[in-house]
Design a binder for this molecule. Structure first.
Ligand code: NAD
Length: 692
C-alpha cells in the first residue's frame, strides 16, 4: 500500500473525477486509508511504498504492476499523468529482490487493475484480463506468453468501470462476482462458458457504483467500500463476511479498496513448470489507409468499428494532409481476442478502404462443392475497386458489384478474378475466402460525403435543392456532349406527380441512355397518354375522374392487345409520354416485375433473376445513374453498380436516401424533394426550348 499523503483529484482521467477536481481532501483520505490499512493488517502483512509528491494517484498501488510469485510485471500506463509512478514502484520491487519482467512499451497495461488471477486449487490458475478502456489486448497476449499463463480477455464498455477490478472479482472455488453491464456480449459469453450459473454472482448497478466488486479478499473476508444488504446476504451464503470500510474520498478519483492495495502473494500463482508453452489466441494485423481520413471523420469511424467489434488498436503512424486537398495516411496495429474476431474486423475495415500493410499472402481459394453455394467464409464484395493476390500477382477483379463473391480462374496460363453472384457459382469454381490477399481501394469520398450530409438533413432548403439540380444539369450536359451514359431508374410517382412529360422531354433531348423501372411507371404513363389520368386522377386538375379507377387496367389491356409497347407505338395507339419517347429514340428499357403488378404488361420481366441480369446489363458502362422515387428499384440498382459511377437519388423520404448511403454506395448525391418539382426544374434547365 501507499499512504495518500499527496492524494487529490488534480486532473480528469476517468468519469468519476469529473466535477471533483480540487474537491478531495488529503486529510479525510488519510483517515479513511488508515482504517483500511489497519483492517488489512489484522489479517495480512502490509508493506508500504513511499508516497511521492506530485503523484496524487500513487496510493492506488494496484495499478502499478502485477505480481506473480517472485516476478513483477511493471505497468505501461495509458494515461500520461500516472506514467511516472512506474519507476518508483519498480525500484521498490527490485530492492525486494523480485525479478522484473518488462512488457513492450508500445501497448498499455495497467497492472492488477486489469489483470486478476483466479485462484484455483489445482494450481493452474488463470488470468482474467480487462481491455477496451485502458489496457490494450496486445498486453494480454504478451502476458500469456511471458508468464505461460492462460489469459481470458474481457472487454470493458463503460468508461466508469475502466479497470477490470472495478467490476469483476474472481473468487476461489471457481466463482466470480461481477457487474454484467460493464462488459460486451462476447465477454459475457466468455465468462458464462467458464463459470456455471450457480457460481456466478451478478450484481446490480447500485452495488457496482459503490465499488462492491473492488474488494480485497483475505481468506473468507471481503473488505470493500459498500455492499447492499441483499448482496451481503448472497456473499454470506457463499461463506464470505463483508467488512465495509468507507472510502468515499477515493471514490472521487474513481478508486476504492482493491485499487488501494497490490497483492504481493497470489494464492494460485504457481504454474506447473512442465507445462508446454501456451500460445495466445489473440491475433494482430497491421493496416494502412490513405485518403481524407480526418475531415470526413473516417478515421473515427474505423476506430469505432475496431472497438465495437471487440478489438483494440494502436495508431503506429499518422500523417495528416497539410492542405485541404491533401490526403492523410494512417498505419494501425489491430488486435482481436481471436482469429474469427480479427477476420470480421478486417472485413469491415476493408469496406472503409483499409488494407493490410505489406500484404505478402496470396488470397485463399476454396473450391465450390455444390452449385450456387459458396464456401463458408467467402469474401463478400463491396462496390469498391478490388484486387486479389494470386501467385504473388495482384489481379484487378472484373465485373465488380457489391454482395458478390470473387472467383479466380485460369485461362491460357493467365489468372483472372471476377465478381460472381452466389447463385451463379458452379462446382469447382475457386472462390476467395477470408480477407488475406484482398485489397480494396475506396475513392476520395470527401466531396460525396459532404453532399450527402446536407442533402439528407430533413430540412434541405429549396435553394439548396435548386443548386443541386443546376449542378446535375451541368454534369448531364457534359455527359451528353461527350457521349456518356445516363441511366434513369424511376417509379410510378414520376407519373403521379405530373412529371411524366418532363422525363419524356429529357429522353427526347438525348439526356437518357436507358430506363430501368417496373410495371407501374409504364402502366400509368400509358394510362395518362390514353386517358389523361394516372391511377384515375386527372393529371391537369388533380381530381378523380368518374370510372377512372379502371383506366390503368384498360391501358394494360390495350398494350396486351397490341402485343407490346413498341407495337402500340408502331400502330399509332400510343403517341406520347415516357415510353413513347423511349421507343421513338430507341432507348432500351427494362421493366422488372414485382408481386404487386397488375397485368403485367407484355414486356414486364416476371422472372426476377432474369430482371436482375437485364438491369445489370443496362447499368454496364454508365457514368450517371439517376434514381427517381423508387425505393425498390433504387436500392436494387445501387447494389449492382460498381464504384466510379455517380448515383443521384431523389426521394421525398430522407431515410430512403440514407439507406442508399448505408449500402456503401458512397459516390452518391441525395436530394430530398418532390420528384415532380425536381424533374420540372431539371427539364427547364436542360431543354427549355421544348417547353409547352
Ligand atoms: P417504392 O415504395 O419502392 O418507392 C416509392 C418511393 O417514392 C418511396 O421511396 C417514396 O418515399 C417515394 N415518393 C413518394 N412520393 C414522392 C414524391 N412526391 N416525390 C419523391 N419521392 C416520392 O415503390 P415503387 O417503386 O413505386 O413500386 C414498387 C414496385 O411495385 C415496382 O416494381 C412497381 O412497378 C410496382 N407497382 C406496380 C403497380 C401496378 O402494377 N399497378 C402499382 C404500384 C407499384
Amino acid at each position: 500500500m501507499c499512504a495518500p499523503e499527496h492524494f487529490g483529484v488534480e486532473y480528469v482521467i476517468n468519469p468519476w473525477m469529473e466535477g471533483n477536481v480540487g474537491q478531495a481532501s488529503s486529510s479525510v483520505a488519510c483517515r479513511q486509508w488508515r482504517i483500511l490499512h489497519d483492517t488489512l493488517a489484522r489479517q495480512a502483512d502490509v508493506a508500504l511504498l513511499q508516497p511521492v509528491a506530485g503523484l496524487p494517484d500513487m496510493c492506488f498501488t494496484a495499478n502499478g504492476g502485477f505480481v506473480i510469485d517472485t516476478r513483477f510485471v511493471p505497468s505501461v500506463f495509458s494515461v500520461v499523468q500516472r506514467a511516472p509512478e512506474v519507476a518508483h514502484v519498480q525500484a521498490w520491487f527490485e530492492a525486494q529482490g523480485f525479478q522484473v519482467l518488462q512488457l513492450s512499451q508500445d501497448h498499455p497495461f495497467e497492472g492488477e487493475g486489469d489483470a486478476l488471477l483466479w485462484p484455483s486449487d489445482e494450481g493452474s490458475g488463470l488470468l482474467w484480463a480487462g481491455y477496451g478502456v485502458r489496457t490494450g489486448l496486445q498486453a494480454h497476449r504478451e502476458l500469456c506468453e511471458l508468464l505461460n499463463l492462460e489469459v481470458i480477455s474481457l472487454r470493458l464498455v463503460d468508461e466508469r468501470f475502466y479497470h477490470l477490478d472495478t467490476c469483476f472479482l474472481p473468487l476461489p472455488d471457481a466463482r466470480v462476482m461481477y457487474y454484467p453491464a460493464a462488459f460486451d456480449e462476447a465477454s459475457l459469453q466468455r465468462i458464462r462458458s467458464r463459470v456455471p450459473a450457480e457460481r456466478r454472482l451478478e450484481i446490480g448497478h447500485e452495488d457496482a457504483a459503490g465499488f462492491a466488486c473492488n474488494a480485497i479478499r483475505l481468506g473468507s473476508t471481503l473488505v470493500l467500500n459498500q455492499v447492499s444488504e441483499a448482496l451481503a446476504r448472497r456473499l454470506r451464503a457463499w461463506g464470505y463476511e463483508p467488512i465495509v470500510v468507507a472510502l468515499s474520498e477515493f471514490l472521487k478519483a474513481g478508486g476504492a479498496a482493491k485499487c488501494l492495495a497490490l497483492l504481493l502473494a497470489q494464492e494460485s500463482a504457481a504454474q506447473p513448470s512442465s507445462r508446454p508453452p501456451l500460445v495466445s489466441p489473440i491475433r494482430n494485423a497491421a493496416l494502412e489507409m490513405q485518403g481524407h481520413l480526418l475531415d470526413t471523420g473516417k478515421l473515427n469511424s474505423m476506430l469505432d468499428v475496431i472497438s465495437v467489434a471487440g478489438g483494440s488498436f494502436t495508431i503506429d503512424q499518422l500523417r495528416a494532409g497539410g492542405r485541404r486537398d491533401q490526403p492523410s495516411y494512417v498505419r494501425l496495429s489491430v488486435s482481436a481476442p481471436d482469429e474469427q474476431c480479427l477476420e470480421s474486423i478486417l472485413e469491415r475495415l476493408r469496406g472503409h478502404g483499409a488494407n493490410v500493410a505489406h500484404e505478402v499472402a496470396d488470397a485463399r481459394l476454396v473450391e465450390v462443392r455444390a452449385p450456387g453455394v459458396a464456401p463458408r467464409d467467402f469474401y463478400s464484395t463491396t462496390i469498391y475497386p478490388t484486387s486479389v493476390r494470386v501467385q504473388g500477382q495482384w489481379l484487378r477483379v472484373q465485373n465488380e458489384r457489391m454482395d458478390g463473391v470473387i472467383v479466380v480462374s485460369e485461362e491460357a496460363a493467365r489468372h483472372q478474378a471476377r465478381c460472381v453472384l452466389m447463385r451463379d457459382l458452379q462446382v469447382a469454381d475457386r472462390v476467395v475466402c477470408g480477407v488475406e490477399g484482398v485489397r480494396v481501394r475506396t475513392p476520395d469520398m470527401r466531396r460525396a460525403e459532404a453532399e450527402f450530409g446536407f442533402m439528407t438533413a430533413a430540412a434541405s432548403s429549396e435553394r439548396r435543392v435548386a443548386g443541386a439540380i443546376e449542378e446535375l444539369a451541368l454534369e448531364m450536359r457534359r455527359l451528353r456532349a461527350r457521349g456518356g451514359r445516363t441511366v434513369v431508374v424511376a417509379g410510378p410517382v414520376v407519373v403521379h406527380t405530373g412529371a411524366g412529360p418532363s422525363l419524356a422531354r429529357l429522353i427526347r433531348a438525348g439526356y437518357v441512355q436507358a430506363l430501368l423501372t417496373g410495371n407501374a411507371l409504364p402502366v400509368h404513363d400509358i394510362e395518362s397518354n390514353l386517358y389523361g389520368t394516372s391511377l384515375g386522377v386527372n393529371l391537369r386538375h388533380g381530381v378523380g375522374v368518374e370510372g377512372g379507377h379502371q383506366h390503368h387496367l384498360r391501358a394494360i389491356n390495350t398494350i396486351r392487345e397490341a402485343g407490346s409497347i413498341r407495337a402500340a407505338v408502331e400502330q399509332g395507339i400510343l403517341s406520347g409520354g415516357v415510353m413513347f419517347e423511349c421507343v421513338r429514340q430507341q432507348i432500351p428499357y427494362v421493366l422488372a416485375g414485382s408481386i404487386r403488378d397488375d397485368g403485367p404488361l407484355p414486356e414486364t420481366v416476371m422472372d426476377l433473376i432474369e430482371a436482375q441480369r437485364e438491369y445489370a446489363r443496362a447499368i454496364r458502362g454508365a457514368d450517371l445513374v439517376l434514381m427517381l422515387s423508387s425505393m425498390l428499384h433504387a436500392i436494387a440498382t445501387g447494389n449492382m453498380t460498381p464504384a466510379g459511377v455517380h448515383l443521384v437519388c431523389v426521394d421525398i423520404n430522407p431515410s430512403v436516401v440514407t439507406k442508399l448511403a448505408d449500402r456503401g454506395s458512397v459516390e452518391s448525391t441525395g436530394i430530398v424533394t418532390d420528384v415532380g418539382l425536381f424533374l420540372d426544374l431539371l427539364a427547364r434547365s436542360l431543354c427549355p426550348e421544348t417547353l409547352d
